[in-house]
Design a protein around this ligand. Sequence first.
Ligand SMILES: [Zn+2]
Length: 445
Amino acid sequence: MPTKRKKSTLTGRTERNRAKIQKQNKRQDLDYQQKEFERDNSTRRARRSNESNLTAESSRDLSSLRARVSDPVYSHNRLERDNSTRRARRSDGNYQQNENERDNSSRRVRRSDVNYQQNEAERDNISLRARRNKPIAWNTAVETYEKNIRDGPCHRCCSCDKLIFTNQISMKTTNDKMIEKGYTEQYLRTLILEELYDSEEYTFCSTCNDYIKANKIPRFNINNSNLKFPVIPDEFKELDLQPLEERCVAARIPFMKLKALGCDRQLGITSGVVNVPIDVRRTIESIPARPLDSGVIELTLKRKTIYRSYYMKERVRPGAIWKAAQLLCNTELYKHEGITLNHAYESQDMNLQDPEPSSSNTVPNVETGNMSNSELQQTPTAVVPQNTEQENYIPEETLLDSNEGLNFAPGEGQIPIPMFLDQYCEELSFPTIFFGTARKKQPHS
Ligand SMILES: [Zn+2]
C-alpha cells in the first residue's frame, strides 16, 4: 500500500507540473491572457455582488494589511517605496501642477459644505491647542530659540519696514505672483516701500499679511501713515552726533522714568513723561564756542547743577554741536519755534570768560571745575531749590565738581509743557531722527 500511495502522489505532482507548464505556455498568447483576465474579473464581480462575500473579503484584506504593517521592517520599506515613487512623480512639473489643481479643487468642493467647514475649523483648533499645550523639553526650546535668532532680525517687512527674524516671515512673494493673485498695481505701489518696489522678493510680517489677505492696506504701512522718518541730509549724518551732543541741540528734553521689566529686563516707561522745553541758544552759549573743530570737552548733563548725580557724562565736540545747531536752525520746525543762534558767538574762543548776563530763572546752569572763585561769581548760577532737605541736595558742593569739566542742567528752572499741548514735542526731542521735520498728520484724524 505505501508503494501505491507514493506512486499516486508522484503522478499527481507530475500532472500538476504539466498543467502549470501548459498554462504558462498558453499565457504567452495575448488573447488568452485577455480572456483569462476578463474571466477572473467577472468571477470576482459575481462574488462581490454578494454582500457577505464582500464583507468577508474586506475584513480579510484589512487583517492581512494590519499584520503586514505591524512588522516594522515592512512598514519602513513601504514608506520608503511610497516616498521615492511620489518624489519621482513630483519631479515632473506637469504632474505637480495637476496634483495641486486636483487637491485645490477637491478642497474647494469639500469646503462648500458648511458642516465640513465647521468640522475642519474645530479639528484645526483642537490640533492647534494640542500643539500649544504639548510640553516642550527645555533643550528643544532653547535649540529652537537659538536657531530662530541665529541670523538676527535681518529681514525687512516690505510694508511696515519692521525688522523681523526668519521665523517671523509670514509671506514671501514676488511682484508677478501678487499681480497674478489679482492685486492691482496701484495697491502694490501703496503697499510696498518705494525703495523695495520691484525687488526680487517681498517679505511680509504676520500683521501686514493679515491685512494683505483681506485686500486692505496694513495699519502700520509706511507709505500710508506718518510713520516714515524724514530723510536726514548727509551733512548732518556725517556729524554722527553722540547722545549728549544731541541733547545740546534738542529743543525738548523728555524726562522719563525707565524700569527694567519682566524676565528679559527690557526697559519700559513707568509714570508720566515730563516734557521740558530747552532754550537751545542759551545751551549752545553755555558750551565753550569751538576751541578747535577737533577739540573735545567733558560735559555732564544734570537735572540740577547742585545735584551730585548726573544723567549723562560724555566727551563732546563743541564744533560738531555748533554745526548741528546751525543746520537745525534752518529747518522748518526750528524756524517755527523761533530758535535762532547768536552768530557773533561763533567767533569767540571761550564764552565762559564773558558770559551773557541772565536772570536767575532762565540760567543755562553751567558750572566748571577749573575756574577761579572770582570767575565763578560772575558765572550764572543754579537756582537753589526751596526744599533744601531734598535727598540729593548737597549745599557744600553747589558749584565745584571734583572732575574737571563742564556741568550743565539745561532743563533747570524751565516749566514743563504737557505733551498733549506740545504738538511737536517728539520731533523737537530727537533731532537726529526727525531733523527738525514735523510729521504728517494721521490720514484718518
Ligand atoms: Zn509688516
